[in-house]
Design a protein. Structure first.
Length: 469
């Protein structure tokens, strides 16, 4: 809960704000907003010498396109409202980046740190078989993925459970994404959300006209960045920002934050946390005892990449960042949004900015359904073509390229090249769709503009589905 409304009601509020800039009738808007199916389950798992009753959810927010898609989180904060809100965001997210799926989300109410890998495997496999029982999983039905507290390991347990309960299903591996590459995963999925955040913010920062308005120069190099959360999303975002020359002035985790005007070396911070168990006490940095205070540091770009509702009406007035990139889902409450929009802060919304994960999940699903690795058919062909073009060119100019240049020009695409370029193109294209909507729809902030884009796409799909007479 944040203020007087829940997370799901917050998403609905943002939706309502945007829907006035669309042409759809009330009934269609109500249908887009509604969660189509909510499955709450309770199942027993023997942990040590006791039976624990586990509470879990899978919510399919929209069936306007199938399969439904969205991660599964393991956290003690999981509840029906949260899963519904996250499932709804998945619908809008997929629409924004033109991934042809409906939105879904799952959650198991556990603290994964309290269980051994063996116990987690039992819980995960039981959850997967509950989904199978109710036809809530499958390559054409609903395709889970990692989220907060889960990763490739959990996804491979789900894939294996599904495959063993569906013998002969040739598309069984397409029932879940974010799998290890050895189990049908795609290269680049692990870092996809963080990389998408980087590509998205880089595009925002590349528009000179918009940067002039907030007094920033274009380009990522030299920008002062603060990142909250060093999980898979935050860590990879931090990595790509620092590789592009940004200065990581602040980093935050559960136990606190650290600050250094000169910049923090990400790998050294991660190593320090691994050996000491805490981000605090990093040599040369100032400790910030209350982790949330890190969000208020003076910086150009702030990336909250942990959980929802960390920026509220209470702390929003003290946020100094000129750009906030929502790495997490729902890190700003609608009240915080109002305050930051009034200050002129550019808020790059979650449903666009963290869509890199689901975009690459889509690539993984395509790979599973096509049963072939990207690049397998065309890599050698491209290299041969490039070699012959290069040869003609060298003959023409009467000069040979040096070995490094030759290699670079001749290189045919590997899976990772195609995944990265597909992701980059998606993030660039979708940002300009949202920006265009901001300029033309009447919406006056990026989140509302993004909702307008999504509502338009999902609304048209519902109209074309036909409504039962
Ligand atoms: N859990 C991620 C998200 O919130 C990824 C979902 C997916 O890949 O399906 O977007």
């Amino acid at each position: 809960m944040s203020g007087t409304y829940s997370f799901f009601q917050g998403v609905e509020r943002n939706f309502d704000k945007a829907s006035v800039y669309t042409r759809f009738e009330k009934g269609i808007l109500e249908q887009i907003k509604a969660c189509n199916s909510v499955y709450r389950m309770k199942f027993p798992v023997r942990i040590g010498d006791q039976v624990e009753v586990i509470e879990a959810y899978r919510v399919q927010h929209s069936h306007h396109k199938l399969p439904c898609k969205g991660g599964i989180r393991y956290s003690m904060d999981v509840n029906q409202d949260e899963v519904m809100a996250l499932a709804a965001l998945m619908t809008y997210k997929c629409a924004i980046v033109n991934v042809p799926f409906g939105g879904a989300k799952g959650g198991i109410k556990i603290d994964p740190k309290r269980y051994t890998p063996f116990e987690l495997e039992k819980i995960t496999r039981r959850y997967a078989s509950e989904l199978v029982k109710k036809n809530f999983i499958g390559a054409g039905i609903d395709v889970p993925a990692p989220d907060y507290g889960t990763g490739a390991r959990e996804m491979s347990w789900i894939a294996d459970t599904f495959a063993s309960l569906n013998p002969g299903d040739i598309n069984a591996l397409g029932c879940v994404t974010g799998k290890p590459v050895s189990q049908g995963g795609v290269t680049g999925r692990t870092e996809a959300t963080g990389l998408g955040i980087f590509y998205g913010v880089r595009e925002v920062v590349n528009v000179a006209e918009d940067m002039d308005k907030i007094g920033l120069s274009t380009g990522i190099a030299g920008k002062r960045v603060v990142i909250q959360g060093l999980g898979n999303v935050g860590y990879h975002a931090a990595k790509f920002f620092s590789e592009a020359g940004a200065i990581l002035v602040g980093l935050a985790e559960f136990e606190g934050g650290i600050f250094s005007e000169k910049g923090l070396n990400l790998e050294d911070v991660v190593a320090h946390r691994k050996t000491t168990g805490s981000i605090l006490g990093f040599p040369g940095a100032t400790d910030i005892r209350n982790s949330l205070d890190t969000l208020e540091l003076d910086c150009d770009i702030l990336i909250p990449a942990a959980l929802e509702a960390v920026i509220t009406a209470e702390n929003a007035p003290r946020i100094k960042a000129k750009i906030i990139g929502e790495g997490a889902n729902g890190p700003l409450t609608p009240d915080a949004d109002i305050i930051l929009n009034a200050k002129g802060t550019i808020v790059v919304p979650d449903m666009y900015l963290n869509a890199g994960g689901v975009t690459v999940s889509y690539f993984e699903w395509l790979k599973n359904l096509s049963h072939v690795r990207f690049g397998r058919l065309d890599k050698r062909f491209s290299e041969n073509q490039n070699a012959s073009i290069l040869q003609s060119f060298e003959t023409m100019i009467g000069k040979k390229m040096d070995e490094a240049e030759r290699k670079q020009i001749m290189h045919g695409p590997d899976e990772i090249d195609l995944v990265y370029s597909g992701l980059e193109d998606t993030m660039i294209g979708s940002y300009h769709e949202i920006r265009e909507s901001l300029l033309t729809s009447g919406a006056d902030d990026l989140r509302t503009a993004a909702f307008v884009v999504s509502i338009n796409k999902v609304g048209v799909a519902y109209e074309q589905l036909g409504i039962f007479p």
